[in-house]
Design a protein around this ligand. Structure first.
Ligand SMILES: [Zn+2]
Length: 275
């Protein structure tokens, strides 16, 4: 895994992040939001892009509008998965996309989206979970996956690789993956339910635990675990990019479910699209 420094930019009062190595690809655009520059209040302050925490929907819509505007996109360009901590990967096709023009375009029971259609904006939400951006620069085609411990240890990122190979004819060795800021390996303590689940996982050998503060409560490293899974799927280690920015340690920048101890909070969003 290559550890990279995030690119940061500020437009329309919004700070957002990006992966500098992809700026050379003029046929895509992507970004990852921070929590600044929106209209939400209280625990959602201020650029909350998710409806699920209990924020005022009108505020979320305005925040989404502001964030998407930075990329020259509108609310009705966005498609997200329902995000149920599953492993389902959905191919977003043009026919579906143009048949359902509304801001609530959500693919049920889905945590990962792939497409080769220009103009389709893939979005994923998180508050500690890992959002991974996939690019096949040859086809070209893109993917976006949401993964917490359950999705990670169920191999959802492997599912994205398989789906891109199957639907687009992508070669694993030409894929590039960028992992956005998520909860870091030193902050993500897990317990019995996770350990039991991991013990039965097909990917058990790839799961990276670090010693915890108390017995039977190790830390789970989402980025290193997903790196191992991607490598096993044939992605070149030098084309898998992570970073050291922990959402829990940087709550001035990001929403963190763990950081706020499970209380209501907002969501940041990653988006990617082919131009
Ligand atoms: Zn941390």
């Amino acid at each position: 895994m290559i550890t990279v420094a995030l690119g940061a930019a500020r437009k329309n009062g919004i700070t957002y992040f990006f992966f500098p190595q992809w700026e050379k690809y003029k046929f895509i655009n992507h970004g990852f939001s921070s929590r600044s520059g929106g209209v939400s209040k209280g625990p959602f302050a201020s650029l909350n892009l998710g409806y699920s925490g209990g924020d005022v929907p009108g505020a979320v819509n305005e925040n989404r509008r502001r964030f998407l505007e930075i990329f020259g996109q509108k609310l009705d360009s966005l498609v997200c998965g329902e995000q149920v901590h599953g492993t389902r990967v959905h191919l977003v096709e043009k026919s579906f996309y143009f048949a359902s023009k509304d801001q609530g375009r959500v693919i049920p029971a889905t945590d990962a989206l792939i497409t080769a259609e220009p103009g389709v904006v893939l979005g994923a939400l998180s508050a500690d979970c890992l959002i991974s951006f996939f690019l096949d620069p040859v086809t070209p085609a893109i993917g976006l996956a949401h993964a917490g411990w359950r999705g990670t240890c169920s191999g959802i990122l492997a599912g994205v690789v398989k789906s891109m190979c199957r639907f687009f004819g992508s070669k694993a060795e030409q894929l590039e993956v960028f992992m956005a800021p998520c909860i870091g390996g030193s902050c993500y303590e897990v317990g019995g339910e996770v350990l039991d689940f991991c013990a039965g996982s097909l990917w058990v050998e790839d799961i990276v635990f670090l010693p915890g503060k108390t017995p039977d409560h190790p830390f789970l490293d989402l980025q290193k675990t997903n790196f191992n899974i991607l490598k096993r799927m044939g992605i070149q280690p030098g084309k898998i990019y992570g970073n050291k920015c922990c959402t829990c340690c940087n709550q001035h920048l990001f929403y963190s479910y763990r950081g706020i101890k499970g209380r209501s909070t907002g969501r940041q969003m990653g988006i990617i699209f082919l131009r």
